[in-house]
Design a protein around this ligand. Sequence first.
Ligand code: FMN
Length: 400
Amino acid sequence: MSSATLAHDYTARARLFGGNRMKLGVMAFNCSHGSTITTVPEAWKLNWPDTKDIAQAVDRAGMEALLPVGRWKGYGGPSNFNNCTFESFTWASAIGAVTNYCTVLATVHVPLVHPLMVAKMAATIDHVTGGRFAMNVVCGWFKNEFDMFGAHMRPHDDRYKYATEWLDFVRRAWTQDDEFDFTSESFNAAAVWSQPKPLQKPHPPIMNAGGSPAAQDFTTRYCDMNFVILKDRTYLECAKAQIDHLKQMARAHGRETRIWIHVYVVCRESEKEAKDYLNYYVYEKGDWEAAGNLLKIFGLHNQTLDAKTLDGHKAHFIAGHGGYPLVGTAEQIVDELGKLADIGVDGCLISWVRYKEELAQWNAEVLPLMVQAGLRAPFAPAQTSRAAAMPSRVGGAAVA
Ligand SMILES: Cc1cc2nc3c(=O)[nH]c(=O)nc-3n(C[C@H](O)[C@H](O)[C@H](O)COP(=O)(O)O)c2cc1C
C-alpha cells in the first residue's frame, strides 16, 4: 500500500494487512508493571489519565496498534506483577473513542467469555472506532485466573478445538444477517441474532497468541495474524525458520498470516547506558519471585516452550514478558528492526519500563530513523474529521 492510502484508510484491515514494512504498536499498559517484572520505582503504575496520554501519543505518531493484555490476576512476589488490570474490551472501547488512526485490539480468553457477547462487544467497538478494531484470541494458560471464574481448563489441545467452535460462532454472528441456530460440541444456541454487524467486512482482523503445534494449526487456518514468541533469539536464521514454517502452513490452508512479536525496548545514547539500565532493572531490581511463579504455571500449561527453553528465557521474561530485546542506541535498534523485517516479522508490539517517557523518546529518535531506513513511510494523517472519513473507509457500511 502506498503512503497515500495509509493517510486515508485507517481501518484495522488496511493498516494491519498492508502499509508499512515494519508495523508498530504498544502493548500491555492496561496492566500494572506492563510487561516488566521488576521492583524499580519507575515501573508503570496503572492509571487512566496516563493510559489515555500514551494511547494518544501512539496514535499521533501513526503507529498501527494498541494491544491490551488479557490478564485478571497478579503473580505475587514483591512487585505482584500485573495484579491491577483494566479489562480489555472496555479499555479498547474507551481508547478507541479518544484515538483516530490506530488499530485498537482487545485480548479475549475464549473459555471465559461467551462468543455472542464477544461478537456484540467487538461490533460495538468497531463502530466506536470507525472500523479500527481487531481481536487477539487466547485460550488461556494461567490456571489461577480460570479458578477465579470457576471455569474448566481443558486439556491442552482441546482448548484449540473449543476455540475453533467459539470463533466459528463469533464469525457467524458477525456475518450472518438473519437468525441462525448454532449447534456444536460445546454450543447449542437457538435463533441467534446480532445487529449491528461490524463495520469492517467481512469482519475485524483476528490475531492469536498461541505457539504450540495445536495453536499453529488453529492460527494458520482461522486467524489473520500470529503473535509469536521467537524461540531462538541468538540465531535469527532459527527465528526465520519458525516464521517461514508458520507462513507456509497458512499458505497450505489457502491463507496468509502476518507475524507479530513482542519487543522490549531500552534505548539510550550509548549501548553501554542501555545495557546498564537493563542490568539494573532485571538483575539488581528484578522480581525473580514473581517471574518464578509465572514461569512455573506457564511451564505446566503451555506447549510452546519446553522447560529448558523457558529457564533460558527467564531474564527475557523479567525484562519484557519473554519478548525480543531491542537494547542499544536508536541506530542499533533500527538496524535490528531491519533484520527482523528481513526474516519476515510484520509487526512489533513494544513495552518499556517507563511507557510515557520512553515512548516520547521513541517517537523523537527511533521513528525518523525507521523512515530513513525504509521500514516505514512518514505518517501524514488525512485532514478529514473522523466522522466524515468513516463511511468511505468501510465501504459504506452503516448501522442496520
Ligand atoms: C506475545 C504473546 C502475548 C500473549 N498474550 C496473552 C494474554 O494477553 N493473555 C493470556 O492469557 N495469554 C497470552 N499469551 C499466551 C498464549 O495465548 C498461549 O496461551 C501461550 O503462549 C501458550 O501457548 P500454547 O497454548 O500454544 O501452548 C500470549 C503469548 C504471546 C507469545
